[in-house]
Design a protein around this ligand. Sequence first.
Ligand SMILES: [Zn+2]
Length: 129
Amino acid sequence: MTCPLCNVTDYFYKNSLFSLIFVDDIPGYIRLITNAHVKEFSDLSDQEAVEITLAVKKIEKILLKHTNADKINIASLGNMVPHLHIHIIPRFKNDPWWPGATFCEKTRDFTYPQIDLEKIKEEIIKSLG
Ligand SMILES: [Zn+2]
């Protein structure tokens, strides 16, 4: 079985532990994917877990600043692809799924505000080093 997350190439940032990609469905939606094919968060070493947690925290802050989102959702499921990845998703009170998860069915149409992905990318790269 080939894992679609083991060979991600369309990332905008990569370090020794994880890579980051923009997910097209929602502007500002970022997926953090571990380089190692591990299934659970607890498969990481303590140091790796801390590093990823702090990275997610930084990304959340940058997304809040540049999207004016009402909420940032952070989710790790992996039911479909058992390779650890974390969804970091800007949410708006009138977005198609609010207040449900974005994995639910859409309940309304929504026009996203203008979001500068280049600026977000730039700031994340600077912030994570
Ligand atoms: Zn994998």
